[in-house]
Ligand binder design. Structure first.
Ligand code: MSP
Length: 511
């Protein structure tokens, strides 16, 4: 069985989940469900990043111990992912003793390998990013992503990691176009330019941060939170039962602001440990609201909860999939989401389902019509008249592994709109009176298409997929390769269908 291991960044617990966190987690969920649908053995990991100054300060503000604070916020993330129907196989927390133990062992190994030495660091540090800022990070002498008070000057004697030693190897690997290690291509170019501009060794520990994992050979310092956080992708495969084989990960999904850590520092750590490198890293852009990156320090963010209250879980999943900033910063707003929800879900998919089912209800006594089997009128032919459905599968297979859910969905929605046009063209309400045989074929083909659409939307809208299957009285949606023509046509003539409530009730925007 093919293995597929996908990860999201582990999120800081200094604030609650917002749409930015949700989009990365959802794309990982789409991929996990897609590969499970293809019968792969999937391991999907997400979690929370709980150490460091940022978290310690946030806990202090709330008058809580860091651990208590982490427990509370980490629980919020876990609840949110549950509500959004995220199918992660494990939720890792970096304050978990099992992670801490393995992280300390790894650092010790890197030290023993001779890649860690002592040095003094002096420079500007952003508490929000939890990193020393380089010249290229600075805008007006401060971090552009966080408020000015988050940028501080720091001078510390730290343990340093020989990052520069591994740069030639990393450049070679990222340059290799065959492996397509970093995608999309623009992000590969960016990181290569930065790598070629010259890279210094980095500080690997903190003397002033107590909330962290102590350096095994020097208890006066803790492991730099970013290094420790990166290790989570590997530690989980060590302490969880039956997960060892999942390393190296197939895909890390990350936002662009943390690509350097995932494309350079993480690789150097793994090279130092002589471990295989993850197979691919996908770097996406950002959601913006009113032209501002959504960040923990801004109040104008959209939360998954707000979206779920308005659009339901499936509506939220669709809207995020559809607006996912795969390769461009993307402006989002509730008003635009309402428009999209009404156009694509209420008037699109929801309407198609109720249109077809009410025809069956009205003209077929709620039963899937019987059709005569002859080679010329195989249901697949009928389906082809509705839409080139094979193309839709090809598009999903192409765009989803490229982390472009909106492109994959656009192809399914083309199928939906073609099915709608097919109804308009054939006018089944007239055929029902004039030509019952043709009517049966038209309806059968439409129900068949619905069954396929239900399967195609499964990674994105698993509940809607199940609801449609239930309405068509299909016990189990297709489990075999859906492209195998014998396995997807599993609606049965004579079966009673169950029409239900509208899948996506229209939303009236408040004026
Ligand atoms: N804790 C680190 C990651 C460590 S991974 C070993 C961290 N956490 S974070 O809470 O700040 O989450 C950052 C990630 O959240 C981004 O890389 C991205 O996946 C997601 N997003 C946060 N804001 C976002 C947007 N405005 N738009 C899209 N995604 C964004 O960094």
């Amino acid at each position: 069985m093919k293995k597929f291991y996908v990860t999201t960044p582990i999120y800081y617990v200094n604030d609650v989940p917002h749409i930015g966190h949700a989009c990365t987690t959802l794309v990982a969920d789409f991929l996990a469900r897609y590969y499970r649908q293809k019968n792969c053995d999937v391991f999907f990991l997400t979690g929370t990043d709980e150490h460091g100054l940022n978290v310690a300060q946030a806990a202090k503000k709330k008058n809580l111990s860091p651990q208590k604070f982490c427990d509370q916020v980490s629980a919020r993330f876990q609840e949110t992912w549950k509500e959004l129907n995220i199918s992660n196989d494990y939720f890792i927390r970096t304050t978990d003793p099992k992670h801490k133990k393995i992280a300390a062992q790894i650092i010790q190994k890197i030290y023993d390998n001779g890649d860690i030495y002592q040095n003094t660091y002096e420079g500007l540090y952003c508490i929000g990013c939890e990193k020393f800022l380089t010249k290229t990070d600075l805008v007006d002498d401060r971090c552009p992503l966080h408020p000015p008070e988050k940028t501080i000057r720091q001078k510390e004697k730290n343990w340093f990691f020989k990052l520069s030693k591994y740069i030639p190897q990393i450049i070679k690997m990222i340059e290799d176009k065959k492996t397509n290690y970093v995608f999309p291509a623009g992000k590969r170019k960016e990181v290569l330019a930065k790598l070629k501009a010259g890279v210094h060794d980095i500080s690997f520990s903190r003397a002033s941060v107590k909330w962290g994992i102590p350096i095994p050979w020097d208890n006066s310092q803790t492991i730099y939170v970013w290094i420790e956080a990166l290790l989570n992708y590997y530690t989980a495969t060590r302490f969880l039962p039956n997960k060892k084989e999942f390393w190296p990960a197939n895909l890390h999904l990350v936002g662009k602001e943390i690509s350097w850590f995932h494309l350079v520092i993480w690789q150097a750590i793994l090279l130092s440990m002589e471990l295989p490198l993850p197979k691919k890293v996908f770097v996406h852009d950002f959601y913006i609201i009113d032209d501002k990156k959504i960040s923990k320090s801004q109040g104008d963010k959209i939360t998954p909860q707000e979206l779920i209250d308005k659009f339901g879980v499936e509506g939220t999943r669709y809207l995020i999939a559809n607006s996912f900033p795969a390769n461009n910063d993307t402006n989002v707003s509730i008003a635009r989401f309402i428009e999209k929800y009404n156009a694509d879900l209420a008037n699109g998919l929801g309407n198609l389902v109720s249109r077809i089912l009410s025809l069956v209800e009205k003209y077929c006594a709620r039963k899937i019509p019987k059709i005569t089997k002859n080679p010329d009128s195989h249901p697949l032919r009928i389906n082809k008249k509705i839409h080139n459905w094979k193309r839709t599968w090809q598009d999903i297979d192409h765009f989803l592994p490229q982390c472009q859910p909106s492109e994959a969905l656009a192809s399914v929605w083309k199928f939906i709109s073609e099915a709608d046009k097919y109804i308009n063209r054939n006018k089944p309400w007239e055929l029902a009176k004039k030509n019952k045989k043709k009517f049966n074929w038209v309806i059968y083909g439409l129900l068949d298409s619905l069954c396929q659409i239900a399967w195609q939307i499964y990674p994105f809208l698993p509940e809607t997929s199940r609801k449609i299957a239930r309405q068509l009285n299909i016990k189990k949606l297709l489990v075999k390769n859906p492209q195998n023509k014998d396995s997807w046509t599993n609606i049965k003539p004579g079966t009673k269908i169950k029409s239900g409530k509208p899948l996506f009730p229209r939303i009236t925007p408040k004026i």
